[in-house]
Write a protein that binds this ligand. Structure first.
Ligand SMILES: [Zn+2]
Ligand SMILES: [Zn+2]
Length: 313
């Protein structure tokens, strides 16, 4: 039951020979969610062995080139590969005319629907629910309309402690209802408290994606308790002024956000090409939030499953 994040691009505006612009894959139980689609995204998907066909949804944070220039090529390749299944693209409104114009010129032979789903709103908003995961959007603070995304694994059904079944003579009917989270009252008046008889087999995992943004007060609240937080760090604090002017974050800003959000791990990326090395970013962030890692093209960050035991004796 995989829940893992792989960055395909860790550069900001200008791609370099070593770093691609923003595009990332979240694997939830082998279903792939593409997050942003910078230039070269389809080559990176191929390079790291991700099947285009396993992508049913693309989530775009905002309409800056380094987050969307990979879309035209990717969609055309999907068509040439004979795609038939719908593709849903979640993005701010401004992508709609771009997509429409692209499809008018290049979408003639497409055997699949490209559905545009507008992302908007001021708070945390649920935009997609599948059997395995719920996706929520939240606004960021950038020069244009921009959104972050939260991926919350669906909570598993509850299990009944096996060692309690016999002593309490639990019937199949009672077990089924307990699994659904109910507490029961027997005819005798005996109460079967759900919390005592059942347990959650594992903790649902939470991943948060904070694309281009300046820090703001509500942000840690939006991503509170995430196991893994991807947060842009275009600059280090030596370019604080530039970060403020362009509405981006420094490594220290991202680390403070991770700290305030009680995140498990922080993954930083979207590095400006002004920096030859990322050591300054890591040093700065780790001084505030030690569990900080840098996004590297193709490197997978797994969020491990934390199982709960059955207490059986
Ligand atoms: Zn960007
Ligand atoms: Zn941007």
């Amino acid at each position: 039951m995989k829940f893992s994040f792989t960055s395909l691009g860790s550069a900001s505006a200008t791609p370099t020979v070593n770093r691609f612009p923003s595009a990332h894959v979240l694997n939830v139980h082998e279903r792939l969610f593409l997050i942003d689609c910078g230039e070269g995204c389809q080559m990176q998907l191929r390079r790291y062995g991700f099947s285009f066909l396993k992508i049913r949804e693309i989530f775009i944070s905002h309409i800056h080139g380094d987050h969307i220039f990979g879309l035209p090529g990717l969609l055309s390749s999907m068509s040439m590969m004979g795609r038939r299944e719908d593709l849903d693209i979640y993005a701010p409104q401004d992508l709609a005319p771009i997509l429409k114009s692209y499809l008018r010129f290049f979408g003639d032979g497409f055997q699949f629907n490209v559905n545009f789903i507008k992302v908007k709103g001021k708070g945390l908003i649920s935009i997609l629910k599948t059997k395995r995961v719920e996706v929520l959007s939240f606004p960021l603070n950038h020069r244009i309309e921009c959104y972050g995304y939260l991926f919350r694994e669906t909570a598993p059904g509850r299990n009944v402690h096996k060692h309690l079944i016999k002593p309490y003579g639990l019937t199949l009917f009672e077990i089924a209802r307990l699994k659904e989270g109910e507490s029961l009252v027997r005819e005798s008046g005996e109460i079967l408290e759900n919390g005592y008889f059942t347990y959650q087999p594992y903790t649902p995992r939470l991943f948060a994606y904070c694309s281009d943004t300046a820090p703001f007060d509500e942000l840690p609240g939006f991503v509170q308790g995430c196991d893994l937080l991807y947060h842009e760090t275009t600059f280090a604090s030596d370019m604080q002024l530039m970060a403020g002017q362009t509405l981006h974050s420094t490594a220290a800003d991202a680390a403070h956000c991770a700290q305030d959000a009680n995140a498990g791990k922080l993954l930083i990326g979207h590095f400006s090409s002004r920096y030859k090395s990322t050591s300054l970013f890591l040093e700065e962030a780790r001084a505030i939030f030690p569990s900080t890692y840098e996004a590297k093209e193709g490197q997978e960050f797994d969020i491990p499953l934390v199982k709960h035991c059955n207490n059986s004796k």
